[in-house]
Structures are given as C-alpha cells and as structure tokens.
Design a protein around this ligand. Sequence first.
Ligand code: SAH
Ligand code: SF4
Length: 416
Amino acid sequence: MTSPAPLLQTVAEPPAAPLAAAKPSLAGRTRAGIAAALGEIGVPLKEQRMRTGQIWNWVYHHGVRDFAEIRNVGKDLKSALEERFTLDRPQVTAAQVSQDGTRKWLLRMPSTGPRDKGAEIECVYIPETDRGTLCVSSQVGCTLTCTFCHTGTQRLVRNLTSEEIVLQLMAARDQLGDFPGRERPTDGFLPADGSRFVSNIVFMGMGEPLYNLDAVADAIDTLADGDGLSLGRRRITVSTSGVVPDIAPLGARTNAMLAISLHAVRDDLRNELVPLNRKYPIAALLDACRSYPGLSNARRITFEYVMLKGVNDTDADARELVRLLKGIPAKINLIPFNPWPGTRYSCSDWDRIERFSDIVFRAGYASPVRTPRGRDILAACGQLKSETEKLGARARMLLDEADAAMAGQSGQTVAH
Ligand code: SAH
Ligand code: SF4
C-alpha cells in the first residue's frame, strides 16, 4: 500500500441513457438529513427539529413505508413530503433461507442520482437462540487485497453512503417482520427470546469500514438512536483489517465494539495475507488496540483468525497468538476458511482447529470457532456476493457471445 486513501471508482458503467431522476428516499437518513429535506419543502427552521423527531420515530421505530401512515403529522405536510420524497427501501432482488435459518438477501439500493443504477450488495442474517446478527457491508468491493478474501478480488469499488448502510438493517427488518405489528416469517429458524430478531450488527460484509469512517459513524448514530432502530452500541461491532490511524477515531466517534482481522502472528506472513500490514505492522496495530477508547474486560476486542491449512495453524502460531495478546482484554474468534473458486488456500482440518482452539482456551480465552453458517446458500460473512459475481461472470460471457454474434451478422450484412 502506498496511500491509505483508496482510489474509488463509480460502480459499473453508467447506463447509456440517464435513468429518470428518482425521488430520493428519506429512509436511511440522519436527523440532519431529514431536517434538510424538511427545509427543502419550506418547513421553517424553528419547526424542523420537532417535525424531524416525529418523522424519525415513524420511519425508524414503526418502520412505515408510506408518508400516509404517519399519524401525528398534518395532511399538508405529508403530501408535500410525498411529492418530493419517498420512504423507499432497497429492492430485494433475491432472497435465500439456509437449512440453519441463515438468510441472505441481495439488495439493490435506491438510485442516488440520474446516472446511478443503485449499488447491489448482499446482506446476511444469522439467527442464534439468544440473538440475531446482521452482517452488513460498508463498501461495494474493497480496495485492499487480502489474499484469502474473495471481496479483495473485485475491481469495482465505491463507498456506501450512510443511508445505504442503514437501509441494510431496514430491509432486513422488513423481510423479518421485525417492526411493531408486522407479520413475521413462518419458515426457517428465528431467535426465540422474544426481543427483536436483529439484535446485533457486525460490519463484516464487503469493504473496509475504516476507509469509509464518516459514513460508518453516521450510520452507527442512526442505528443506535433510542427513538428509532435502537441497537445498543455494544451490540454493533466494526471489523477492520488494521487501518491503525483510524482505530482511535472509530472508538471516539462511535463507541462501537472493535474486531481486528489479525490472521497471522508474524509480520512476514501477515504482510502476505493482509498486505496492509506492510504499512501498519502487528506491533503498531496492537498498540492501537491497547489504547482503544472504552476498552475494558466488559468491552473486549475481538481478534479474528482465519484458519488456513498449513499456513497459520501450528501449535507455535497458537502460543504466539496468546503471547501477543497478553494484557489486552480480548476475545479470539477462530474462523474456518471459507473457500471460493480459484483460491490458493484451503481450510485447516477440524482436529487442527481443535488443537489450536485448545491452546488458546487453556491460556484463558473463550475461543469459539465461528461455526460455518449458511454454507448451503454460500452465505458466510467475509465472502458475500461470490455467487452473484459468478452469475455476473456468466452473464458477461453470454453478453460477449451475443456481441460477437451481432458483429458476425453485421459483418455478413456488409459483405452482402
Ligand atoms: N474489511 C474488514 C471487514 C470485512 S471482512 C476486515 O477485513 O476486517 C470480515 C471478516 O471476514 C474478516 O475477518 C475477514 O478477514 C474474514 N474473511 C474474508 N474472507 C474470508 C474467507 N474466505 N473465509 C473466512 N473468513 C474470511
Ligand atoms: Fe477487504 Fe476485509 Fe476482504 Fe481484506 S478481508 S480484502 S480488508 S474485505
């Protein structure tokens, strides 16, 4: 890495003719964003705060999808809002439920302007008995190139807006009937504890959240707002590959839980697996962890460690991991590697993972091995969208074939 600021491109090619300008959605916006919308339709400044609070509660607590459903706001204001804005959600273009209850949705975001078709991302929901975790993305693709990660192989990258991040939760709550009074799905396993189906958020989908910190911080403010979506900040975890200078600002701005994708205990190996390590080596990364705001035994840092066969999975690696983390309130998450077509790695054998986990456990760490979830629908966090990409490649191949056929035909026409 030569620069921490990634070069961002706009997603995909722009459509040949600009799409009709859609009305923007207020769903996903911050309070300031909603107040600005009210200003645009002529609501006086002194009224904006109160009106924002009313709309906020209906949009985020009740999950209304239509301005008409808002009860404590006058008709005139509702029709003025209706004329200029929507409460549109991402379009769910595909949905799958795994045998184990894991759900995967392919979401097409509302267009952000005349030339934007709307970003397409995947979102994965993982239910457990006492919680439901939504794995969200912070970027389309990723500019980093961790060698075991499929997202890192994608060429097109752009930051998601804070609205697009929040909309992933709103879409999930729509799909799960997880707003008051909504019908809940009857298929598939769901948490039974009676609270909300989505109780936790992990930023472990596509992208490096700390390369999009402004949007991530705004999104967390909206997700954690007690009058709305109401997720506790301790139930929001941001995972980073180790963008050292942005770790303290993340804590100060969001108070979110931190997860570090460590994956190796020596710089030479981590340089290879997580190339960002050349810029921010392990010692600097762990220093940043030691001073993470709010760190305590009740607020531990999660260290993620992907188990790669014959690469990082020896007993000596496990012992070194324990030594490195000494003094840092930590949890260790061992992640079985999730293979993807064309990868050079494979997952460590199960007894190797158990040995590794044993050493970590005996050193005093609970070391849950993250059970592979939703394997039948290719849904693991950290490997989102791979199936779609394959579809994309197939579609591209068909398009190329069609182009070639067209070129052949026109060639014939000219020859005749
Ligand atoms: N960019 C951030 C967050 C997204 S990746 C980060 O790197 O932390 C979320 C987690 O999934 C990371 O720990 C990542 O290393 C892991 N991951 C990526 N590809 C994986 C794969 N094929 N199998 C298992 N875990 C993977
Ligand atoms: Fe990006 Fe995280 Fe994948 Fe690395 S592991 S390429 S940082 S998404």
